[in-house]
Design a binder for this molecule. Sequence first.
Ligand code: GLY
Length: 565
Amino acid sequence: MRTITVLLAITLASTAYAQQPSTINAYHYQVKKSVTASHGAVVSAHPLASQAGLLVLQQGGNAVDAAIATQLALAVVYPAAGNLGGGGFLVAHLKNGKDLAIDYREKAPAAASRNMYLDASGNANTKLSQDGHLAAGVPGTVAGIFASLPYAKLTIQQLIAPAITLAEKGFAITEREANSLNATQELFNKLNTQASAFVRKRPWKAGDTLVQKDLAATLKRISVNGRAGFYEGETAALIIGEMKRGKGLITEADLKAYEAKERTAVSFFYKEYRIVTMPLPSSGGVALQQMMGMVEKYPLNAWGFHSVNAMQLMIEAERRAYADRAQYLGDPDFVKVPVKQLTSAAYLRERMKDYNPRHAGSSKQTGAGVAYESEETTHLSVMDTEGNAVSVTTTLNGGYGSKVVVGGAGFFLNNEMDDFSVKPGVPNMYGLVGAEANAVAPGKRMLSSMTPTIVLKKDKPYIVAGTPGGSTIITSVFQTLLNILEFNLPTQQAVDAPKFHHQWLPDQVDVEEDFDETPLQGLRQMGYKVVPHTPIGRTEVIKVNAQGQLEAVGDKRGDDSAAGY
Ligand code: GLY
């Protein structure tokens, strides 16, 4: 457990929970990296958001209630990634055995077009897809919350109340948040049409209070009017006004037409475990199934954690899955994606035919197989005592999304349009390339990498996992699962262990800076280009331990914090 220097403690009446639920003290709280709980647990990118989730669990809510309350609180206390102006995915395994996948990914506005980010000479201008009004897709988060609500037990008014209080009364920011706000002041000033709560003359510092009155008013409209409190009426008018001032594309009709969708979750077996994860328009589920399928028959456990053999095999699986991602994957409502074939055992066997142990593969030679998506996303994991497990990843895409705050409404708009392939072969902000399947089209959802995942053991929730990290999301989930299922690492170690990442192009292995030199030396000798990378992911895991308790673990890489009772 790490205590933030500045501050604030969440006061927890942890024993007599039913009668005395915890209270949220926004000026005194602690980061708890690990919590073992008997009744319910939440882990998210911010201690106050995890506490909001815990509070609703203690008020009789289930894991879906907690996931909704945590998301709404993240929209206030973690403005770089928590959001109302972005989108996300929820994957759940419910106590009645149902697998649930809710898609609330942003959509391209009706006025978007294939070549909208190309200049007169046909060159891609990714500045436009990354910063400012044109970068924003039609937001999905609020629709997603209302699509999740039928699976919850409490009312939206109960679930949104902690977020409203945190926005209206303010909360003490962490050092990480102060640094992040300071680093983005110039862009906020350049890209915004009106003053916002995030900009001030003096630098932000840990312990400063962030009050968001406009955001509180937006949250109250949602509390009173439901999804119409966002997609219609005053909030919609404020979004349209912002679009007009900044020459963006989102219209009243785009907002009114936006719908979240229930999709069929990806479900596959890895040995005795059933993995439930997100289908298209996330590439995460398909790619995770491919990578796990490609490595399953090899003796990973015998080779050992971070052994050069295990790493090489996993890198080659990552290379192949990302090559397929670039070629084939896109919004299934717009393009036909051969998912069945891409994930079949025969196809995956064929894909690994040219895997050459002890020799680096080559992305020039290994293209897509033959068969017919700053890393500011955020993840939360929840499990309750009833047997519900919920895994939610939401995003603005880059840190603070487009950096545009909707004037008068107090929330950032996403820059998710950059997750489209703005031109075949032109890398997006994560270096990912794409093709026709992920070209921009009106009303289309851009391909994602978000991989909210649940592992079932004997058909009961065993692990809930997910992470932010742009293109590194899929490989982070892949490695975290194998760290537990194959390498038997304790949960905190499985989450904090240094990660490596290969995404086909560029043909290199990105490794976190605290990686052990020995296997890296081995990889270089095999012919791999090994490149140091900033921290990869902020993985939030809940695992059921041998005693049947919930072990909730937050990643060491951020302010991530667990809560439970
Ligand atoms: N914006 C990151 C993703 O959806 O993959």
